[in-house]
Design a protein. Sequence first.
Length: 164
Amino acid sequence: MTLYYRHVLVAVDLSEQDTYVVQKARHLAQVFDAKLSIIHVLDNIPMPDTAYGTIIPLNEDSSYEMLEAVKAKLRKLGEWMAIDLERRWLVWGVPGEEIVRIARQEHVDLIMVGSHGRHGLGLLMGSTANRVLHHASCDVMAVRFPEEVERAAPLRELVQNPTG
Ligand code: AMP
């Protein structure tokens, strides 16, 4: 048994609220000298069906552009957090399930999520955070967003304008 965290996974929905969670995750990983991974789950871009060909064509302009924008944001965040390429996860599926799955697969011992994000605005705890909390086999930190979150503006810029 160890009292230290060795591998932290931060889940981002690429909304403004992420910036605070990401900063906290980076700091925490430094304190524990832990590995840091990042995950974004694509839950609003059609998934190509590889078994039967691309039924929902990903080369349709809108889907393609959305995917490229997401990749650019994740790349910027990954670079900013000095996360190696192989620890940046972009997967399709239900966010709560995929976050838990990747955490198990990668032997993560702390998952960090925002207490609410895109889906949970106005809730005490969002649906993804709730699902992760109930199904993860490691510790979960649900980060609340205080007023001072506004101070994370420079990083928010980075997320909003990934190519800038
Ligand atoms: P929610 O429960 O959806 O309001 O979101 C709460 C938190 O769950 C967010 O702040 C993120 O940390 C995480 N999360 C939500 N959606 C996603 C997603 N698509 N990919 C990765 N993490 C997510």
